[in-house]
Design a binder for this molecule. Structure first.
Ligand code: AVI
Length: 320
């Protein structure tokens, strides 16, 4: 999930994203303090996220890839040939070749907010699947969007891997699923990756790895604030915290102040007490029934489901 490379390019020419500024200032002033996770993904944050996906403790990426590789023939049978595959938040499109190789699509439409990265990965996929029309769409899939005219009338298969849906609260997730159903149209299918609820002994290390990569990913947000919003947050006085919230069935990431400190961001003064936190991410997990209910609430009928032997992660196929 590489979202903000273009934004970073803009900051290199001294432009500040007003939405970043607004989210940070209101998030630091709010109680509890919270900054949306989308701001993790500047260039460094995107690199750190890629590193996270290869960590031994971070099971979702490799588990989903293994499920996809094994289930590809069954998925192809259910999906049939000739659909246009529309990938939401395509990022590095790392799992896409497995799907495209199996379902014989008529076109591939990657959607991503990062134009430069989108074009690079679209070109790589085009080279790998010569003859497959690739139509990249540079857009924020969280907002209403229009698909290219070239796939008008073609049945669609939406692809939303990685359990990115988990980074939204259930209500926002339902809203996004409904918007995807609208975008993809009648008769569409959706293949979505959803992370399962499991023991905190597995979940917490996945978000607090021994090598400290996830800690660096979380703390990078403070470095980004300092760099882009003229902040002087003493980053070394904060530590990364990952905790399982049982009631909400989610991993929460926080930045906790080790000691009380004062700092300024964009000319505004803030203070934080020892042990207080800035909430930076939620990663919701779903049981089998929860996942199906979520899809139904978003206007999708679950049709098939594939998991790994330990039921850590699930790929669900649903119909609009
Ligand atoms: C992008 N998203 C699905 C990741 C997750 O697992 O919630 C983001 C992440 N945060 C820390 N590690 C990975």
């Amino acid at each position: 999930m590489l979202m903000d490379r273009d934004r970073e390019a803009a900051t290199e020419t001294d432009m500040v994203d007003p939405a970043f500024r607004a989210d940070v200032l209101s998030g630091l002033a709010a109680r509890p303090r919270a900054i949306p996770a989308r701001w993790f993904y500047d260039r460094r944050g995107s690199e750190l996220f890629e590193a996270i996906t290869a960590l031994p403790e971070y099971y979702p990426t490799r588990t989903e890839r293994a499920i996809l590789a094994e289930a590809a023939p069954a998925i192809a049978e259910r999906v049939g040939a000739g659909r246009a595959v529309v990938e939401f938040g395509s990022g590095s499109s790392a799992k896409t070749p497995l799907l495209l190789g199996a379902v014989a699509p008529s076109a591939y439409v990657p959607i991503d907010i990062s134009g430069a990265f989108l074009r690079a990965s679209a070109a790589a996929l085009g080279a790998r699947f010569p003859g497959l029309p690739v139509h990249p769409v540079e857009a924020d899939f969280m907002r209403p969007l229009t698909l290219p005219r070239s796939i008008a009338g073609t049945p669609r298969l939406g692809f939303f891997p990685g359990s990115t849906i988990g980074n939204m609260g259930p209500q926002a997730a339902v809203g996004l699923l409904a918007a995807m159903a609208d975008t993809l149209g009648e008769g569409a299918l959706l293949l979505i990756g959803i992370d399962r609820i499991k023991s905190p002994t597995v979940l917490v290390p996945a978000y607090d790895d021994a090598a400290g990569v996830t800690a660096a990913f979380n703390l990078n947000l403070l470095h980004r604030i300092n760099r882009e919003l003229e902040g002087d947050i003493p980053v070394d006085r904060f530590r990364h915290v990952a905790r399982w919230n049982e009631a909400e069935a989610r991993i929460e990431m926080h930045l906790e102040a080790r000691e009380a400190c004062r700092f300024t961001v964009a000319g505004r003064a803030f203070q934080i007490g020892a042990g207080e936190t800035i909430h930076t991410e939620n990663s919701h997990k779903y049981g089998p029934r929860d996942a199906r209910l979520l899809l139904r609430a978003g206007g999708w009928q679950p049709r098939a489901e594939w998991t790994d032997a330990e039921d850590r992660f699930a790929l669900l196929l649903a119909e609009a």
